[in-house]
Design a protein around this ligand. Structure first.
Ligand code: CP
Length: 334
């Protein structure tokens, strides 16, 4: 079975079978990264552009390594050194890069829906969402699912307790969508100020008391406080009090079952949402997540490039015609 999709915008678009296919494909790539010669010809002749408008260490680097290990040509562009600094719009940047005929454009942007917006105008390029605002981060969640597949035999029937800044977390949102498809339960733990209204509609349990949520949890999944997205600093009293109420330290981890696993998508803020004694413990799978992030991005690039059209690209006039009609439909001016 192939994953069979042109773009990867989010977990929402994927079926259970497509998610499982990507996880199994990812598992098959773990071994390649552990070899002394880490190279396969799968994507020879393909071009991947990483276009990041927000900071990243794990996602950007793992997409780069994934593409290179599969023999693709990989180009990295960060917004801070691109022409967006001179006022170029997202659409013009996207069209400019698409005119260079890449197969895949990997995009991280602070605006939810940025990838889907661009895809309307770039019919010949596959687009991967590397994190868009508070919307989705599909490759992080596929990475987590691969980690739990390898380390814990999968997620079906398990309970994942996600703790922290739920309000700004695209990872939490993607897990809520994945849980509905794969049959795991999600508990959310946060102060009321960091929890979106109506989140229960995803079928999750909501807790404000972290200690009460720990018994019965198979995974404690800690989130970073996204201070760059906070519009005020009054969502919690102080870092010290936040750590006391919502941080994971050894004393709190002792409330969990012996086989309960600790995960974190990174970057961590030690001493805030997680104590070093937990982050560096044998219960922590944080570095497994990082390793598996490369394998999953190899799987995603393989799935996309395997399905990208080899036919001639649409003439530019046709692309512009399509763009203009999409712009009109969205009530925007060119
Ligand atoms: N987990 C994650 O997206 O990390 P980066 O911001 O370093 O890519």
């Amino acid at each position: 079975m192939s994953a069979s999709f042109k773009h990867l915008f989010g977990i929402a678009q994927l079926s259970r079978q497509q998610i499982e296919h990507l996880v199994h494909l990812g598992e098959s790539f773990i071994e390649l990264s552990r070899r002394s010669v880490k190279k396969a010809p799968t994507l020879r002749g393909k071009t991947v552009i990483n276009l990041f408008f927000e900071n990243s260490t794990r996602t950007r680097t793992s997409f780069e390594i994934a593409g290179k290990r599969l023999s693709a040509d990989v180009i990295n562009i960060s917004a801070s050194t691109s022409a967006t600094k001179k006022g170029e719009s997202l659409l013009d940047t996207g069209e400019t890069l698409a005119a260079m005929q890449p197969h895949v454009l990997v995009i991280r942007h602070s605006i939810s829906g940025a990838c889907e917006f661009l895809a309307d105008f770039l019919p010949d390029t596959s687009i991967v969402n590397a994190g868009d605002g508070a919307h989705e981060h599909p490759t992080q969640v596929l990475t987590d699912l691969l980690t739990l597949h390898v380390q814990a035999g999968g997620v079906a029937g398990k309970t994942m307790t996600i703790v922290g800044d739920i309000a700004h977390s695209r990872v939490a949102r993607s897990h809520l969508l994945a849980a509905q498809k794969l049959g795991y339960k999600v508990r959310l733990v946060a102060p009321k100020t960091l929890l979106p209204r109506g989140i229960e509609q995803f079928g999750c349990e909501v807790f404000h008391d972290f200690d009460a949520a720990i018994p019965g949890s198979d995974v404690l999944y800690m989130l970073r406080m996204q201070t760059e997205r906070l519009t005020s600093n009054c969502c919690f009293p102080s870092i010290r009090e936040y750590h006391e109420a919502y941080g994971l330290n050894a004393a709190r981890l002792a409330l969990a079952a012996d086989d309960c696993r600790v995960m974190h998508p990174g970057p961590m803020n030690r001493g805030v949402e997680i104590a070093s004694e937990v982050a560096d413990s044998a219960r922590s799978h944080i570095l497994d997540q990082v390793e598996h992030g490369v394998a999953i991005r190899m799987a995603v690039l393989t799935a996309l490039c395997g399905n990208s059209p080899e036919s001639s690209p649409s003439p530019r006039s046709k692309r512009r015609e399509k763009a203009e009609s999409a712009m009109r439909a969205q009530g925007k001016l060119l």
